[in-house]
Design a protein around this ligand. Sequence first.
Ligand code: SAH
Length: 251
Amino acid sequence: MRPALPRERIRLACDRLGLPVDERALHKFDAYATLLAEGRQTQNLTSIVAPIDVADKLFIDSLTAMVGLAARPLHGARFIDVGTGAGFPGVPLAVVLPYVGMTLLDATERKARWVDEAVRHAGIENAWAMTGRAETVGHHPGWRGQFDVATARAVAPLSVLAELLLPLVRPGGVAIALKTWTAVEAEMPSTEAALAMLGGVVARVTRIPEDVLPNRAVVTMVRTGDVSVDYPRRPGMPARYPLGSSAQPRA
Ligand code: SAH
């Protein structure tokens, strides 16, 4: 059968980014991309269809999160991907990091169910999907502060992501946001203000080389201390009244 993805393109991009990718990983990417293409016929999972776009905008883009994790010990680490949608960036990360546990969270039950089944079909054993909102699970004792790494892509502005992700990670844990460079420049001032309220800092902003992916960046935030139990605020509030912007009720 024809591979669903241009493998050489993924291999080259990973080489350029200094990221590990082997035959086993490429095979699993292919299996997942095939399920995604099949799922698209019955479910509205992603608008990205052409194989090159699927490779670039879904798989390679997801893997760029690794640049925010350089030099961190990851064996046995617990990851959560918030607003995973059809499984990005969480699924490609789980494939290249088979020694971490990846929780894939989405507010939409239909998506979480599809992803949970797809990772099982693709033989990705270290990932599982759950239905839920970050604002809710961020207060649950089994989830709050329980993760080493939280990721998100295409879910919310950076300051909103800070409120959704930081309560889920332990002190010293990281939140990684995949963004356009344009958005990072625009959103950084409110994000720094939001992080000051939440107990976190921006540790690093990495711009991805233009010839690998145009206008993409990885923002790494670190939780530096206790996050007040006021955060995250109730569902919908973080997005409606982003921390760090003017006029936001606290509760
Ligand atoms: N990360 C994926 C999907 C982006 S679409 C990708 O990059 O392709 C945004 C997804 O986030 C949607 O599936 C939506 O259901 C989910 N979402 C939005 N707000 C959320 C929240 N507060 N908690 C959990 N999931 C959320």
